[in-house]
Design a binder for this molecule. Structure first.
Ligand code: FES
Length: 176
């Protein structure tokens, strides 16, 4: 009887290895969670611009001869960043203006307010947004309305007689 009592006293002084393992596991899990909470936003801050850059593609919108000097015309093309199930919404467009033999300007269709497609009116040489009345001058700067900044522009180049726009995932807020 005495021997049993001694053993019980000895055991109560030892740490339970199972309990220690559980606590260590909880500590590692909590540390990992905190590291993920801090690390994921930093990683996405670094990787999102890289992934956006990877989605940039040059798309042809027609031969140079299709565009008359000074005219602003609507072109449409397949959005390379569209999801496979996008259907017709995978198509997007741009307002393209020829300003020289090989010089072009291309504006995105979307109003900088909430993204409605703007239309070009040749007589007043203005872009109009039908949704909340924003108006843009021919250079894309805001003339009136709630639009917070000018119409975005695509990069444009001429290759092999074709006018090409550099596309990127929409919407994009920063200037090209
Ligand atoms: S979306 Fe164009 S003015 Fe609101």
């Amino acid at each position: 009887m005495k021997i049993e009592d001694d053993n019980r006293v000895e055991r109560s002084g030892e740490e339970d290895p199972g309990r220690r393992r559980v606590l260590a596991g909880l500590g590692v899990a909590a540390g990992s969670l905190i590291a993920a909470m801090i690390g994921l936003p930093i990683l996405s801050y670094i990787l999102v611009p890289v992934s956006r850059r990877m989605h940039r593609q040059w798309v042809s919108v027609g031969p140079v001869d299709r565009f008359t000097l000074g005219d602003t015309v609507l072109v449409s093309f397949e959005n390379p960043s569209a999801r496979p199930w996008a259907g017709v919404t995978g198509k997007t467009g741009a307002w393209v203006r020829r300003v020289g033999d090989s010089d072009f300007i291309a504006f995105v269709l979307n109003c900088s307010h909430l993204g409605c497609p703007v239309s070009w009116e040749a007589a007043p040489r203005l872009f109009f947004c039908p949704c909340h009345g924003s108006v843009y001058y021919e250079d894309g700067t805001v003339a009136a309305g709630p639009a917070p900044f000018p119409l975005q522009r695509f990069r444009v180049r001429v290759r092999g007689g074709q006018v090409e726009l550099q596309t990127r995932p929409l919407p994009f807020a920063e200037n090209l």
